[in-house]
Design a binder for this molecule. Sequence first.
Ligand SMILES: Cc1cc2nc3c(=O)[nH]c(=O)nc-3n(C[C@H](O)[C@H](O)[C@H](O)COP(=O)(O)OP(=O)(O)OC[C@H]3O[C@@H](n4cnc5c(N)ncnc54)[C@H](O)[C@@H]3O)c2cc1C
Length: 455
Amino acid sequence: MEKDIVIIGGGLTGLSTAINLKKKGFNIIVLEKTDRLGGQIQTFHENDFVFESGPNTGSGASEEVLNLFDELSTECKIEFAKKESEKRLIWKNEKFHPLPNGLWSGITTPLFRFSDKLHILGEPWRAKGNNPNETVAELTTRRLGKSFVDYAVDPFLSGIYAGDATALITRHALPKLYNLEQDYGSFIGGAIKKVQKDKNQNKSQSKKGIFSTNGGMENLIKAMIKYIGKENIMLSCENIATKPNTDDGTWKTSFKQNNQEIELTSKHLITTVGSYVLPEILKFIEIDKINKITNLRYAPIVQIAVGVKDTGNLKFNAFGGLISSKDNEDFLGILFPSSCFEGRSPNNGALFSFFMGGIKNAALTELSDYEIEEKVVKTFHRMLGFPASKEPDLIRIFRHKHAIPQYEISSEDRFNTVKKLEKSYQGLHIAGNLRDGIGMAHRIIQGAKLAEEIK
Ligand SMILES: Cc1cc2nc3c(=O)[nH]c(=O)nc-3n(C[C@H](O)[C@H](O)[C@H](O)COP(=O)(O)OP(=O)(O)OC[C@H]3O[C@@H](n4cnc5c(N)ncnc54)[C@H](O)[C@@H]3O)c2cc1C
């Protein structure tokens, strides 16, 4: 079989790339190892609860995200989170407290030390850093103060990276934050100037909202599959391996499907799998080069969907609650998806997503289902405030060994190695979340940009 482009991996990156390439008229094929598409994205429906095993929300609905939903508008609809989602909670001293969003709440919040509240007033005048490899903890301690790192930055990073603020490199992990300081000299001043600049350029603020898909994230995947066409997708492809054909500049991709050996020839080869999968697919690359990509660390996460049919008097009008690693709790945080999106729980009920593990507490992801359930029920009472007589009506556990790649000190070497390999092997594109960002919006943007680059 001959194709213009072979795409390996049928997660959000692979499907987004496929849609954009198909739109440009390329003859593509997506090869997926498992018997389903969507990768980390999967939605479940059970007893009037709609819950995700992977991502619950995408943040920053960029132009590319909106374009994708526009293209698929007859099959699925983007759903922006309700106003309540702007409220974020942080656990401290046996209670969830709202993250301040104004001057008064900033002064009165018990989350930060008084000395740090005074210190932050001087943030706009603090000197700009000059270490490009400053970690998020170093940069934010310098500009904001230790208690802001403990009760804002650390839980925020748990929510996004399940990572370690002392290891994530700001310019790779949070480039927007890094650039605020570099471009404007200050987080506060920079954020104000940026809002003003966006307003002047008529950029809609709503584009920056939190999004999901009506009825669950997997509806986006189903719509993407329909657009790409089942004839351009192959599932259950075993032992995929590729090699460049130096004689004519094409790629040979071989694999097994239903016990049949298949070989494809293509002009371009795009990988969208995790870094740990690359050695088996790109066997022709020298070990010292591939090691610079495979040394990427991934945070393991267990996500637990917890449903309650009737919350009684309890209200959960917020995006969710995050927990500082300083507090040594069992969970990274608890999201409230039913407060953000329609139809995720029965009318008087609620759906929660508990997160456990991450880089700092990887051992917790090895606990048995029974042990995890015990911790969930204890926390359901203690942190969410349900009475002892009340039990969750639904508990489902999802384990992700390679949940979130960590953009740590190895990142620059990895990005450069990818660029060098792509230059050495014409037609090779190493994509996926090992570069260009870890979130869903990043994956959609990468697919769109990659399609632009391919001639
Ligand atoms: C628990 C959890 C919560 C998350 N929460 C959020 C969130 O709130 N917001 C957000 O923006 N992002 C979140 N993310 C990240 C988001 O899910 C990812 O950015 C995105 O789904 C990654 O898509 P991908 O296609 O790059 O990778 P994947 O989804 O991992 O897809 C890779 C695909 O490649 C396939 N594959 C693997 N090996 C092979 C092989 N040898 N041959 C062929 N195919 C192969 C896999 O089966 C898979 O289908 C979360 C992730 C997890 C795990």
